[in-house]
Design a protein around this ligand. Structure first.
Ligand SMILES: NC(=O)c1ccc[n+]([C@@H]2O[C@H](COP(=O)([O-])OP(=O)(O)OC[C@H]3O[C@@H](n4cnc5c(N)ncnc54)[C@H](OP(=O)(O)O)[C@@H]3O)[C@@H](O)[C@H]2O)c1
Length: 230
């Protein structure tokens, strides 16, 4: 799989778990990391897509999970560490959009947005903190909404902001342990993410930025650079 990677570290020898690998951002990150010589383990919900991805990355280990099974989320990183003989980085790119005025969002949808965008990534990260070795990286995708809320995204923004706050505390807790905690606040990308919303229609948005360029620049290159201590 080739994605025209440019800057950043080499990735050779780095053992990485990518969670949400069946999505656009996760799939790009997994491909770029594998292209750079990293040993990759994949986790995603969509089994056929996961198997296809695993085949394209040399038959790397793959495991399916659902965001609602938080214990299964927490078990992903320990599984990857067993599968790869250790773990140097975990990338979490799980999420779902939801739109509409706050007063119109049904309770079940609000719960779904919080589960997929906050509780599941936190559960994955909890397992990662137990499985990662020294000089390792935990990179979790949140979003630019944390810094600039947009009308019609109250529950999605609240979930991403909860995740960002949680990561801020974890970053402090991990100082001295050698685990670098990244909160990756991606901007609006051209992945079609907003069109897969679980409820409502997206507000008028400018064209999304090129996903491959942004994933390389904001996620893959910094993960490898931090891993290499640069
Ligand atoms: N694209 C953007 O404009 C943008 C901007 C800022 C932040 N982000 C964030 O970037 C991350 C990835 O976005 P993307 O563009 O790659 O979207 P995507 O292609 O829709 O990927 C979302 C990922 O989350 C997984 N997921 C959704 N619901 C799940 C559930 N119940 N259980 C397990 N996995 C579940 C999806 O699994 P399936 O493949 O099985 O559906 C997929 O792997 C998300 O956290 C998103 O909030 C995206």
């Amino acid at each position: 799989m080739t994605h025209g990677t440019t800057a950043g570290g080499t990735g050779g020898g780095t053992r990485v778990l990518v969670v949400g690998a069946t999505g656009a951002v996760g799939g790009l990150a997994a491909g770029m990391l594998a292209d750079r010589g990293a040993s990759v383990a994949l986790a995603g919900r969509d089994r056929p897509r996961l198997e296809e991805l695993s085949g394209r990355t040399g038959g790397c280990p793959a495991r399916s999970f659902d965001a609602y099974d938080l214990d299964a989320c927490t078990e992903l990183a320990p599984w990857a560490a067993r599968s790869l003989g250790g773990l140097d980085a975990v990338v979490v790119a799980v999420g779902v959009a939801g739109f509409g005025p706050a007063e119109d969002v049904p309770g079940a949808v609000a719960e779904h947005l919080m589960a997929v965008n906050a509780l599941a990534p936190m559960a994955v990260a909890r397992g990662a903190l137990r499985a990662l070795g020294a000089e390792s990286v935990l990179a979790v995708v949140t979003g630019a909404v944390v810094d600039g809320p947009v009308r019609g995204t109250a529950d999605y923004t609240a979930a991403k902001s909860a995740l960002a706050a949680w990561l801020g505390v974890v970053r402090r807790e991990q100082r001295g342990r050698g685990i670098s905690v990244m909160d990756v606040r991606l901007p609006h990308l051209d992945t079609g993410f907003a069109d897969r919303a679980v409820t409502g229609r997206p507000p008028a948005l400018p064209p999304g930025l090129d996903a491959a360029t942004e994933v390389e620049r904001r996620l893959v290159a910094p993960v490898l650079a931090r891993r290499e201590g640069r």
